[in-house]
Ligand binder design. Structure first.
Ligand SMILES: [Zn+2]
Length: 225
């Protein structure tokens, strides 16, 4: 990838991370946004991010084995989870990790999100699953996230938050915003009704096609036969 493209990617990450911050999805010092440069290298927001002060030069350039090439900036230790997902999923172009309030409320209940809206299938792939509890900042968390992702673009991380992936930073931002919205809808619905009704299965096919054509980034081995 040319240096021009890397510079563009640095700006994309800053813009994406600041958008997530502006929506209240991550506070200062929490969450991370990354983007793939090529098969083996990524850029990621630095440790203890102050979102207002993010600039393209501060994005940390590193490889998927965890070697850092940038000087004077360190990635968050949570980057191990990003690296695990990038290694497992070649089509993933960007990952956003959040501690957004509604998703995190569901995460402490260890609840996923059933299919409540058709958009959920198109953007995220379907029912969202919650991981088993793991220690933050470990490789194990990456493995647990990969298992909970399945074919989806998002998963809830037990007692922690969410991981969202997409083919581009713009996709990942859009999905992180949508995930928080659907978590809020689910949380609200659970407060007022006894039964949460889900979308009937016969409506899935058309939306799954759109997901697979436009947004899916799971590995080929998981493709439904
Ligand atoms: Zn976290």
């Amino acid at each position: 990838m040319s240096s021009d493209k890397i510079e563009r990617l640095r700006k994309d990450i800053v813009r994406g991370a600041q958008k997530i911050y502006a929506r209240g999805i991550n506070e200062d010092g929490e969450g991370n946004t990354s983007a793939r440069i090529n098969k083996t290298e990524i850029l990621v927001t630095p440790s203890s991010t102050n979102y207002d002060q993010l600039v393209p030069e501060k994005m940390v350039h590193m490889d998927l084995d965890g070697n850092v090439f940038s000087k004077g900036v360190m990635p968050s230790t949570e980057v191990k989870m990003h690296l695990g997902v990038y290694r497992d999923r070649p089509k993933v172009g960007s990952i956003i990790h959040t501690h957004s309030p509604y998703v995190t409320m569901l995460s402490v209940l260890r609840k996923g999100i059933p299919i409540l809206m058709e958009q959920q299938i198109i953007f995220l792939g379907g029912e969202i699953h919650c991981t088993d509890i793991t220690k933050a900042h470990t490789d194990e968390m990456g493995t647990s996230a990969i298992n909970a992702l399945g074919i989806n673009n998002a998963a809830i991380l037990a007692n922690h938050g969410a991981i969202v992936c997409g083919k581009s930073v713009d996709h990942a931002v859009r999905f992180a915003v949508f995930l928080e919205k659907i978590a809020k809808i689910y949380w609200g619905a659970l407060q007022v009704g006894e039964t949460v009704f889900t979308i009937p299965e016969e409506n899935f096919e058309e939306h799954e096609k759109l997901f697979n054509t436009l947004f899916a980034c799971y590995p080929r081995r998981l493709k439904k036969k």
